[in-house]
Design a protein around this ligand. Structure first.
Ligand code: ADP
Ligand code: MG
Length: 314
């Protein structure tokens, strides 16, 4: 579903590459943590997946496409299969919760009927039932991130990429957002989450890809797919900074379990059974009135295409 082949990413004016010979593959249905210190290259990986950038060297294959040979014109259509969630939420502040989500559907030409039905459904799915009429400023940080997640999943993407989605949230709220992403994954969506907060990562016992100075230094599967037993023991951290301790404790416990034979060390990927791989059908694009305020957001989300093109990429 996502494959990095010996990927090197150099930015202009920087001597050291941001990514250096990175190889990994993410299978359909996986939940993957992308971890590493600030500056290690996590966001660059996500930008390569969304084709905001293309690799200086090597290949990035996403949903069967080589991002380097994909045209700029087709990129918005390609991105409709990818939901994105960011640390800073990126909501339209003057729009209500429902309008924020409806907007993501309007720019890709979804019908009024589809929007009317799917917005309340997705709000319920993310736990924001009844909050559709609120403005983002009337929500807590956790609720704002739920809106962003609702917007990311409302069109049924195959992949959700989350870049430090808990970075602006307190520990308790972070755990709730983690659980929501786990739920979305359990419903069949591939999730890749970048975070530098290693706190609960090991405890979740999901696959962890670790970067250090642009190099891949760890890629391991910490738990079986569909195994949510780790969630029960996932406790909110009392204070920020406790995350390091949590990670250490979890890693120690796991190592002891493995050493004493209670847990099999898992070193290979066990993909879910193959699912149908066609992208969701996208309605023909009709010219729709888009307000000036919204245009910038469409650019930032990168999902709007030109009016003359129809349907998903092929
Ligand atoms: P992370 O998300 O792990 O913090 P990034 O991918 O943002 O890491 O950054 C990796 C490295 O690439 C850092 O050294 C950063 O300064 C550099 N970098 C990221 N984006 C750019 C850019 N647009 N131009 C130049 N350097 C960049
Ligand atoms: Mg980053």
């Amino acid at each position: 579903m996502i494959r990095f082949e010996n990927v090197t990413q150099r930015y202009r004016g920087t001597p050291q590459p941001a990514l250096d010979g990175v190889d990994f593959e993410v299978e359909r249905g996986e939940f993957v943590f992308l971890v590493g210190a600030s500056g290690s290259g996590k966001s660059s990986c996500l930008s390569l997946i969304t084709r905001e950038i293309t690799p200086s060297d090597g290949r990035v294959l996403v949903l069967g496409r080589d991002t380097r040979t994909l045209s700029d014109r087709r990129t918005p259509y390609f991105r409709r299969n990818i939901g994105t969630v960011y640390q800073d939420f990126r909501l339209l502040e003057k729009k209500t919760v429902s309008q924020n989500i409806a907007y993501a559907l309007r720019v890709i030409g979804r019908s009024r009927a589809f929007i009317k039905q799917s917005v309340p459904e997705v709000l319920e799915r993310v736990g924001l039932d009844g909050k559709g009429k609120r403005l983002p400023s009337e929500l807590s940080g956790g609720e704002r991130q739920r809106v962003a997640i609702a917007r990311a999943i409302v069109n049924g993407p195959q992949v959700v990429l989350a870049d430090e989605p808990t970075g602006n949230l307190d520990p308790t709220t972070s755990v709730e957002i983690m659980r929501l992403l786990e739920q979305i994954n359990a419903d069949g969506t591939t999730v890749v989450m970048a975070t530098h907060e290693a706190g609960f990562v090991d405890k979740m016992r999901r696959r962890v890809i670790e970067l250090r100075d642009g190099r891949l230094v760890r890629d391991e599967v910490g738990g079986a797919y569909g195994d949510t037993s780790a969630l029960a023991t996932l406790r909110p951290e009392v204070v920020r900074g406790a995350s390091a301790q949590e990670a250490f404790t979890a890693a120690t416990e796991l190592r002891r379990d493995v050493e004493e034979g209670r847990v099999e060390p898992v070193t290979s990927v066990h993909p879910l059974p193959e699912q149908k791989s066609e992208p969701a059908p996208v309605a023909p694009i009709s010219p729709i009135p888009v307000e000036v305020e919204e245009v910038g957001m469409a650019d930032r989300l990168g999902i709007a295409g030109s009016d003359d093109e129809v349907g998903p990429t092929s």
